[in-house]
Design a protein around this ligand. Structure first.
Ligand code: GDP
Ligand code: ZN
Length: 459
């Protein structure tokens, strides 16, 4: 299919200094050639070649910018259309000038995500890969990047295709049985066989879904709340975690005003420091939002860091915090271990009741490594980390995988109850359809437009 020619500024991942004006579409090379002066016309050069020259106003010949221009002819391009990339090393002003010139050549400004959308529409990538492009742009840590890369390379797609094929085999066998009951060579699709086959696919789905928790955390960050009485060292901890002195440390209880970055990379885990109702780092959580709401917040957090002061006896307030955290994932941090201990080891052990306790002196920068590796190991036991690139992390994918799983559960239940195979196969077909949505085989235009509009411009 042929579309019009589009362009946008697209800055490559990990490179800030160079900006690229990217064109894609049937007129991309001609349009770029009209504003390019180099040793050869771009319309005459070979595919996948790069050319040094000047970008000029075609009417006046005035030079706007020096540039390296790559010419890539279809179909071996990201969009499967002719693509030209004008690499500008000047600042924003000159990039925008170049873009302006390009747009004067009967080229349209690309909508957000439109390049990726074209790659999808032209069959270059499937939907889960297109979404991975978006994840790549947003990836917050190296691990998150690996997940997105794996997804872009089609690992999830391959898994989904494999499962769909197995379901299709079941459906085909049922069809043969129904349409040609006299055909002896066909495998007879009994409820029992159907049960076995559907269960096997369900098992595989469960394994993929079991990575969803970690995958989601990699993608969205581990929502983390730091709690403790005044002066135990919450701001100091925050400081060490962000490795920058953005939080203000103060000696006067209750005067902390913290401005911090949203995400902190701890051992490959992106921590998202939660700021629900200003309780990102707080001593008076209960006063601020009440017992019930604070319990709800702590419960919904992926991680609670509870700080205690080694230099003082445990207080009623400390004990109340232990009650509050309930069964939230908690790491207890016994801080100020450089000072004499007044904390009863017995009581601490009883209150901790199996939760990990890390001893730190934030003042002397001790114990922070242990804390960081504890956080990482809570969410990446070795077995899981080794398979990092096969995590399913995208919320839409997780939801669809769960729906497919529940359709299969229905099929399995029906098979157990001995319902006829042509009834059971309705649920199998449903699972097959739902899985198709992950790779974009059966999605509506509305959803496609919505998904692609979330992309950054120029991707
Ligand atoms: P917050 O009120 O819980 O946020 O506690 P802060 O981080 O503001 O720390 C309160 C005071 O305790 C500051 O003077 C810190 O320098 C000090 N402090 C923090 N960690 C330690 C530690 O490990 N040892 C000692 N001796 N002082 C600390
Ligand atoms: Zn503080």
């Amino acid at each position: 299919m042929d579309y019009d020619t589009i362009a946008a500024v697209s800055t490559p991942i990990g490179e800030g200094a160079i900006s690229i004006v990217r064109l894609s579409g049937p007129e991309a090379i001609q349009a770029a050639d009209r504003i390019f002066r180099g040793s050869a016309a771009l319309t005459k050069v070979g595919s996948h070649t790069i050319h040094y020259g000047k970008i000029v106003e075609p009417e006046t010949g005035r030079v706007v910018e020096e540039a390296m221009v790559s010419v890539m002819k279809k179909p071996k391009t990201f969009t499967r259309e002719d693509v030209v990339e004008i690499n500008c090393h000047g600042g924003l002003v000159s990039v925008n000038k170049v873009l302006g010139l390009v747009l004067d050549q009967n080229v349209r400004m690309a909508e957000p995500g439109e390049f990726t959308k074209r790659a999808f529409l032209n069959g270059r990538i499937d939907l889960s890969q297109a979404e991975a492009v978006m994840d790549l742009i947003r990836a917050k840590t190296d691990r998150a990047l690996n997940v997105a890369m794996g997804q872009m390379e089609g690992k999830l797609s391959a898994l989904v295709r494999e499962l769909r094929n197995e379901l299709l085999d079941i459906l085909a066998a049922v069809e043969v049985n129904i349409d040609y009951p006299e055909y002896d060579d066909a495998e007879i699709m009994t409820e029992k066989l159907l049960f076995e086959k559907a269960s096997r696919v369900a098992g595989k789905l469960d394994r993929i879904l079991s990575t969803a928790g970690q995958g989601k955390i990699l993608r969205e960050g581990l929502s983390t709340v730091i709690i403790g009485r005044p002066n135990v060292g919450k701001s100091s901890l925050l400081n060490h975690l962000v490795h920058e002195n953005k939080a203000i440390v103060t000696d006067i209880p209750g005067t902390t005003r913290d401005v911090i970055e949203e995400y902190v990379n701890v051992g490959g885990v992106p921590l998202k420091l939660v700021d629900t109702a200003g309780i990102r780092e707080t001593e008076d959580i209960v006063e601020k939002i009440g017992v019930e709401r604070s319990q709800a917040v702590l419960k919904s957090a992926d991680l609670v860091l509870l700080l205690l002061n080694n230099n003082e006896k445990l207080t009623g307030e400390d004990r109340r915090l232990f009650e509050l955290i309930g069964d939230a994932h908690t790491i207890i941090i016994l801080n100020k271990t450089d000072l004499p201990s007044h904390v009863s080891a017995d009581e601490l052990q009883r209150l901790a009741s199996g939760r990990p306790v890390i001893r730190t002196s934030l003042l002397q920068e001790k114990g922070i490594d242990e804390l960081e590796s504890m956080i990482a190991s809570l969410f990446f036991d070795r077995g899981v980390a080794a398979r990092a690139e096969t995590y399913v992390s995208n919320t839409r994918h997780i939801a669809l995988l769960k729906q497919a799983r529940s359709a299969l559960s229905d099929a399995i239940t029906a098979a157990e109850q001995g319902l006829p195979v042509d009834i059971i196969q309705i649920d199998v077909k449903r699972a097959w359809d739902i899985l198709g949505e992950i790779i974009g085989d059966s999605v509506s235009d509305g959803l496609i437009n919505k998904l692609f509009s979330q992309f950054c411009l120029g991707k």
